[in-house]
Design a protein around this ligand. Structure first.
Ligand code: UTP
Length: 462
């Protein structure tokens, strides 16, 4: 049964949040129900941590005791032994895929779940379609079953499910596509008080991709994974269509090293690129956010001229299920941002502030890394696997992502001896796209196209 007014008041007053019921007398029955349901879901333990964090000052602490972490170099990342081990795991049905798609995509400014955004340079396929077809391509290539776990948030869950259902799950078997929602957290003011954005409503936003640990457990996904005899999970983000999903060599390296978590890393473009870097701190591997590094640390060079903190994580991971189970109750650190959040004034009307008025908190998945007994960092070539759609224009935008997709497919053609017409700047003259079920890589392409194949127009091979 839902919580009563009296019970809500008691809980709120005990936690210094009694103001949330200040409009109670002017609310309709329906409004009261909605508000009580939100109050019932409040996580007072986390709220107390948020308040304590604000009180102790939210500025990032300086990290003077970090050293670069060890990284398996690109030259060793694709060893045949690793490829075989990865392929074996996939074939025996021990590999699952996790996609985090609960974010708000505010920088892109697209209405609806970011995964519905059309990105295929020729096909116009959505991000969700491209990811799903890669999993289907793997299933077909290895005669395997690969469950696809998709984390959404309350803000985009229904729209995401509808999109998959309307598109017939892009050919995947419906019983292997599992959606689960992450938690939502309120925003708080400088005194740790939860913000109402209407008389009957708390402002809430997703609790960060680190929310996946609790969500996997609470929504029964860990049990589902165990039931399906999954051992290894490939984890990625929704906005990167270059992703090599469950790439056998990466899965295999993880398995051969008995790793808890494996992290794909690439060389930063420049010292000021906003990627978190992989480091050793207090003898443990971890990822340190860009904003936590000093200017000196960002620019530090080794004697050979290379950046000292060179390798950035782009949130491509492999987890062992045992590690996810072990970590599913972990209390991850909080990350805070000072933001503008609409709030309800004393007269009951909503006000849109013109400067930051609220603290929003998130958990980040990479904060589990220090808990791993056997972490592994593996280098990858950025141009092959990473070109995210983050912004509406400029860098990491749809234009650069589509360009990078075409460039990648052109490299596949050239590596099998088929020439690609290019302009004076070396850019391909035509847009090229290859459906993942047609080929997952250059080797598949070699088997599928004739040696005298000509590229003289935009092409989409499927
Ligand atoms: P980003 O940090 O790029 O955030 O998320 P975002 O919400 O997509 O975009 P902005 O910052 O508002 O512009 C990286 C990945 O983590 C997922 C996103 O869906 C994306 O795949 N994510 C982020 C979640 O699943 N939940 C969250 O609470 C936050």
């Amino acid at each position: 049964m839902a919580i009563t007014y009296e019970e809500a008041l008691k809980r709120l007053e005990a936690n210094g949040q009694g103001h949330l019921l200040r409009f109670w007398n002017s609310l309709s029955d329906v409004q009261r129900k909605v508000l009580l349901a939100q109050i019932e879901g409040l996580d007072f333990e986390s709220l107390a941590r948020m308040k304590a964090m604000i009180a102790s000052g939210v500025a990032a602490k300086s990290l003077d005791d970090i050293e670069p972490a060890e990284v398996v170099p690109l030259s060793s990342a694709k060893e045949p032994k690793a490829v075989l081990a990865g392929e074996e795991s996939i074939k025996k049905g021990a590999v699952g895929v996790i996609l985090v798609a609960g974010g708000q995509g505010s920088r892109l400014g697209y209405e609806g779940p970011k995964g519905c955004y059309n990105i295929g340079p020729v096909s116009n396929a959505s991000l969700f379609e491209i990811h799903s077809r890669k999993i289907l391509g793997l299933e077909q290539k290895y005669q395997a079953k690969i469950p696809f776990y998709i984390m959404t948030s309350l803000a985009n869950d229904q729209a995401t499910r509808d999109f998959f259902s309307q598109n017939n799950y892009f050919g995947l078997s419906k019983d292997r596509v599992l959606f689960f929602v992450q938690g939502m957290w309120p925003a708080v003011d400088k005194d740790g008080k939860v913000i109402l954005d209407a008389k009957d409503h708390l402002f809430m936003s997703p609790d960060g991709h680190g929310g996946i640990l609790a969500a996997l457990r609470e929504r029964g996904m860990l049990d589902d994974m165990k039931n399906r005899k999954i051992e290894t999970l490939f984890y990625f983000q929704v906005d990167n269509p270059l992703i090599e999903i469950a790439e056998p060599a990466f899965i295999g390296l993880h398995r051969l090293n008995n790793a808890d978590i494996s992290v794909k890393v690439c060389a930063k473009r420049d010292p000021d690129e906003g990627l978190g870097v992989v480091v050793i701190q207090n003898g443990r591997n971890s990822v340190v956010e860009y904003s936590e590094l000093t200017k000196e640390q960002k620019h530090a060079r080794l004697p050979d001229g290379e950046l000292k903190f060179k390798y950035g994580s782009v949130a491509i991971h492999v987890f062992s299920l045992n590690f996810l189970v072990r970590e599913s109750g972990a209390q991850l650190p909080l990350h805070v941002a000072h933001k503008k959040v609409p709030c309800c004034a004393d007269d009951g009307n909503q006000v849109k502030p013109d400067k930051p008025n609220a603290y929003k908190f998130e958990k980040f998945i990479f904060d589990v890394i220090p808990d791993a007994a056997t972490p592994l960092n593996v280098e990858f070539a950025r141009e092959e696997e990473f070109s995210p759609v983050k912004n509406a224009e400029g860098s990491d935008s749809p234009i650069t992502t589509r360009r990078d997709m075409t460039r990648k497919f052109c490299r596949w053609f050239e590596s099998i001896g088929i020439s690609v017409p290019r302009n004076n700047d070396g850019e391909p003259l035509h847009k090229i796209e290859i459906d993942p079920c047609f080929a997952l890589g250059a080797d598949d392409l070699r088997r599928k196209v004739a040696k005298d194949f000509k590229i003289n127009a935009d092409i989409f091979l499927k």
